[in-house]
Design a protein around this ligand. Structure first.
Ligand code: NAD
Length: 466
């Protein structure tokens, strides 16, 4: 017995009769999503606190408000986004009209992880609805509180013939992936990304893969250590370090390391007090498995700041490690917790070589008072996104795409990029049914004169003349 069959059949039928295509329908669903966020704000904050110990302010800025902003942006721009986009013609096609039609793919599957369990489920959903698709949402089974709110309440705000929330872990998701979808957006680890891509390949289903990795953070000698420490500490310890775009490790000179350590200690104390375990602003590790994994990483290098942990509370103190070897586990896997290793390099060139020897990261950060240093990092490396003297606040800009490159993923979304991701861009040319005489020049047999004319009509020169 296949637990998903009925649901998928219902959604496919709704798409087949064109239920999701009218702009009014899409707008009504987006409004429903907005109401879900407003009506259930407290429930969502409670669920995020239960799952990750998230403070209300972190839940608001990184989850609820970001989802609401995406809904508002899509509602404001829906009519412009869905319009056919006229494009230029050439001499052969002058009498016709060429345009791009933004067509929904059909049945979309969105698979989400647990670290921003609301944001990473609903922000893609906004784009999929705006583009006119039916959607199956598969939240993470690990963030149980949020999964429960999504499963119980979200369907009440959406048309259930077109949108469904399905539950399950690896085994159930594996079965779900045996079905044919028309588009899959997956957010999670590179390991599972490969499983999803292999399953999608069986049906030639296009995918967006939003994956993770280790994000380098270069700190130049020419900068104010306290300013850098404040910024790096906030971004590293936000959500207890369980952020895919968090700075994963710092590369700096030995001299800068000595200046950064007291500055990081001062930032941590200012943010979380003398005993961070009592701070309402510091989140908790999602579950025992990840707690154990992170506790293991505390044994790498030497603990310079923090290092305390409490298993019963799934608490790991904001920690800084030094004297870490490249071969140690903390430099071999994505940390995904409140641990920051500092690695020393002797020059900018060495830092760039270090970064380029590894997989392309999801994000890369550079701190310097010298713009040339920041620009060198930008020009000579590759990553999904880049922050100069800044961390991942760029995620709040729907004008910038979120997406990885290489091992950190493929494809992008947020704002209009989400709408485009979930739309097939159909090339259309409508020519007049008559006026056949004008076409005759194209047909064989080709005379010298007609060949010359065809070549000229095809050339870019003719296009610019017209
Ligand atoms: P994960 O890959 O373990 O799980 C993600 C989703 O896949 C979950 O819904 C899970 O149920 C499902 N899943 C797990 N194993 C599966 C399997 N064998 N077959 C089919 N489905 C399976 O990731 P996670 O632990 O939930 O999240 C952490 C990872 O996600 C990190 O690597 C992080 O960097 C990445 N991430 C990336 C982004 C981004 O925007 N690029 C955002 C957040 C998290």
């Amino acid at each position: 017995m296949d637990p998903f069959e009925d649901t998928l059949r219902r959604l496919r039928e709704a798409f087949g009769v064109g239920r999701t295509r009218p702009a009014e329908f899409r707008a009504a669903q987006l409004q429903g999503l907005g109401r879900f966020l407003r009506d259930n704000r407290q429930r969502l904050q409670d669920a995020l606190a239960e799952d990750l110990g998230k403070s209300a302010i972190e839940s608001d800025v990184s989850e609820i408000i970001m989802c609401q902003n995406e809904v508002d942006l899509a509602l404001k721009n829906l009519h412009t986004w869905i319009k056919d986009e006229p494009t230029a013609t050439n001499l052969f096609t002058k009498l016709g009209s060429a345009f791009i039609r933004k067509e929904p793919f059909g049945l979309v599957l969105i698979i989400a992880p647990w670290n921003y369990p609301l944001n990473l489920t609903l922000v893609p959903l906004v784009g999929a609805i705006a583009a006119g698709n039916c959607v199956v949402l598969k939240p993470s089974e690990i963030s149980k509180g949020t999964e429960k709110v999504l499963a119980e309440l979200l369907p009440q705000y959406l048309d259930q013939s077109c949108f469904a929330v399905v539950l399950g872990g690896p085994q159930e998701t594996g079965r779900l992936l045996e079905h044919k979808f028309d588009y899959i957006l997956f957010t999670g680890s590179p390991r599972v990304g490969k499983i999803v891509m292999a399953a999608a390949a069986k049906h030639l289903t296009p995918v967006t893969l939003e994956l993770g990795g280790k994000n380098p953070c270069y700190v130049d000698d020419n900068c104010d250590p306290q300013t850098v420490a404040n910024r790096v500490a906030w971004y590293r310890y936000f959500n207890a370090g369980q952020t895919c775009v968090a700075p994963d490790y710092v590369l700096c000179s030995r001299e800068m390391q000595e200046r950064l350590l007291p500055a990081l200690q001062s930032a941590i104390t200012r943010f979380y007090g003398d005993d961070p375990q009592n701070s309402p602003s510091l989140g908790r590790i999602i579950n025992q498995k990840h707690f154990k994994r992170l506790q293991g990483l505390l044994g790498c290098g030497r603990v310079a700041i923090g290092g305390q942990s409490d298993e019963s509370a799934r608490y790991i103190a904001p920690t800084v490690l030094v004297d870490v070897q490249e071969t140690e586990p903390v430099m071999q896997e994505e940390i995904f917790g409140p641990i920051l290793p500092l690695l020393t390099v002797s020059s900018l060139d060495e830092a760039i070589a270090f970064i380029n020897r590894r997989e392309k990261p999801l994000a890369l950060y550079a701190f310097s008072n010298n713009n040339q240093v920041v620009n060198q990092l930008l020009d000579r490396t590759s990553s999904g996104s880049f922050g100069g003297n800044e961390g991942f606040i760029y995620l709040t800009l729907p004008t910038l795409p979120l997406g990885g490159v290489g091992n950190s993923g493929m494809g992008r979304y947020h704002g209009k990029f989400s709408f485009d991701t979930f739309s097939h861009h159909r090339a259309c040319l409508l020519s007049p049914a008559g006026m056949e005489r004008l076409n005759e020049i194209r047909y064989p047999p080709y005379s010298d004169w007609s060949q010359q004319l065809i070549r000229w009509a095809m050339s870019s020169q003719s296009c610019t003349l017209l």
